[in-house]
Write a protein that binds this ligand. Structure first.
Ligand code: NI
Length: 182
């Protein structure tokens, strides 16, 4: 099943999410459907709140960057109950977009590397360092499960300039190629 994607303005994108246990109902099906939804929308990452589920789960698919970065080749992963516990001092800018904010693309400053503990889809624990594209998309998705979207990380001036566009999103005035809901 392909889920409609929740658009900016919806409350669920603003709530910190809850951890889950292996008993979470039909988790494998949910993960499979999230990958279907992500592929359909041609995105590189999708967090559970973006399909209306208030849980600490996100997926990434870095394969579009596979030619630039060998670490991204065939890189499709599931992250459950993640915890970023260290970030690099060095930061960088990268032009980000978000399936929940169609039409918006802005340079966002973030740490270039992170360390994160997380569970995979089999609830096996990992403790891993990420850099490059993977660090970027993981931090973006991690923000979603904390109730944060990428425009929150822009300067107040830049955000102010986008106010009209953000308002239009929350009013449903936007176009995109995938199914959405408010
Ligand atoms: Ni996003």
């Amino acid at each position: 099943m392909i889920y409609p994607i929740v658009i900016f303005g919806s409350e669920i994108l603003r709530k910190p999410c809850e951890e889950i246990t292996p008993e979470y109902p039909e988790l494998n099906k949910l993960i499979e459907d999230m990958f279907l939804t992500l592929t359909e929308a041609e995105g590189v990452g999708l967090a559970a709140p973006q399909i209306g589920k208030n849980i600490r789960l996100f997926i990434v698919d870095c394969t579009p960057w596979g030619e630039d970065d060998p670490e991204c080749r065939d890189y499709k992963r599931v992250f459950i109950n993640p915890k970023i516990y260290a970030v690099s001092e060095e930061t960088g800018l990268f032009n980000e977009g978000c399936l929940s904010l169609p039409g918006l693309h802005e340079d966002v400053r973030r740490p270039i590397a992170i360390r994160m503990r997380y569970l995979d889809e089999n609830f096996v624990e990992h403790d891993e360092e990420f850099s490059g594209y993977r660090a970027r998309v993981i931090q973006h998705e991690y923000d979603h499960i904390e109730g944060v979207v990428f425009t929150d990380r822009l300067s107040p001036l830049r955000r102010n300039l986008l106010k009209g566009k953000l308002l239009n999103l929350s009013k449903g005035k936007f176009q995109c190629t995938y199914k959405t809901k408010r």
